[in-house]
Design a protein around this ligand. Structure first.
Ligand code: NAD
Length: 295
């Protein structure tokens, strides 16, 4: 019997122990939001020490909020106390929800979820923060594909309200509803989406980045001019600074995945500019340099 055919599956996830896998830009933000909502959170990263570093970064940014009077010292202490970095996934076998935020590669995500299925309880919900990869494809090969769902946050996670709750072909409706309800309980604005390439926002955003990158390749304008134009047009950030924030490695992977999933439709073709930045290690804010330099 599948876990999802049990009418009580999944139980409410509010306050449930949660495992976040991947302590990069997104995983750290998801751990923060979950801990602030009262969940005990295990944070794991394949790179030894990365989860502890993410927690230390969070401590510094929460300290700054306390100094500005925007967070109480008590809330800071409670939030940090709820986050436990773990070096082995098995230490988090008691999780009732896993949110995966690792590298945007189908084979790596699949391998992780297969490993997780052998560790966590049958009623543990498995969520992926993928930006673009088919949730249906990630679930392929799982013993219980019905418990895998997309939980797509936006960057920076503590500030951005939207969460796309992405159902693959085998996702149980009850699982999608549980993630929808949890996102709302975390103060987010969830929407249901289907497992189409790039879902909703990244489908719309790809041509926006593509035209920006085409203008740069044509040397029609500098990143600073492009960003100034779009800011003056009312956007909160320009496209180049936004790509620097996302990370060019992640953004390039998303473009490639949407391009391939659309049968190499030229509208979604990646740009040489992206490949040069990634090959040069100029990944944006996270590496200290992308279109701009970050001290
Ligand atoms: P990141 O590069 O900042 O962090 C990824 C982390 O995953 C790294 O710390 C890496 O060491 C770790 N990792 C890689 N493989 C692993 C594995 N097998 N097990 C455990 N840890 C592993 O990337 P990010 O920007 O946080 O993106 C993570 C996911 O979130 C991707 O799927 C991405 O598409 C998605 N996403 C990113 C953004 C964004 O703006 N950056 C927005 C929404 C969704």
């Amino acid at each position: 019997m599948s876990a999802a055919s049990d009418s009580s599956f999944p139980p409410s996830l509010q306050g449930a122990p949660l495992l976040v896998v991947g302590a990069g830009i997104m995983g750290a933000g998801i751990a923060q939001v979950a801990a602030q909502a009262g969940h005990p959170v295990w944070l794991h990263d394949a790179r030894e020490g990365a989860a502890a570093e993410a927690k230390a970064r969070l401590a510094r940014s929460l300290d700054a909020l306390v100094a500005k009077g925007r967070l109480s010292a008590e809330a800071l202490t409670q939030t940090l106390a709820r986050i436990t970095p773990v070096s082995a996934l098995a230490e988090a076998a008691g999780a009732r929800l896993v949110v995966e935020a690792i590298v945007e590669k189908l084979d790596v995500k699949r391998a992780l979820f297969r490993e997780l299925e052998g560790l966590v309880a049958p009623d543990c919900v498995l969520a992926t923060n993928t930006s673009s990869i088919s949730v249906t494809a990630i679930a392929n090969g799982l013993a219980h594909p019905e418990r895998l769902v997309g939980m797509h946050f936006f960057n920076p996670v503590p500030l951005m309200k939207l969460v796309e709750v992405v159902s693959g072909l085998q996702t149980a409706p009850a699982v999608a509803e549980a993630i929808f309800a949890l996102s709302a309980a975390w103060g987010k604005t969830p929407v249901h989406a289907k497992s189409t390439p790039g879902f909703i926002v990244n489908r719309i955003a790809r041509p926006y980045y593509a035209e920006t990158l085409a203008l740069l390749l044509e040397q029609a304008a500098t990143p600073a001019v492009l960003d100034a134009c779009l800011r003056a047009a009312g956007f909160r950030m320009g496209p180049c600074e936004l790509m620097d924030l996302i990370g060019h490695d992640t953004n390039f992977s998303v473009t490639q995945s949407v391009y391939e999933a659309n049968f190499f439709d030229k509208r979604f073709m990646p740009s040489l500019v992206q490949r040069e930045l990634v090959d040069g290690g100029l990944l944006g804010r996270k590496s200290g340099r992308g279109f701009y330099a970050y001290p």
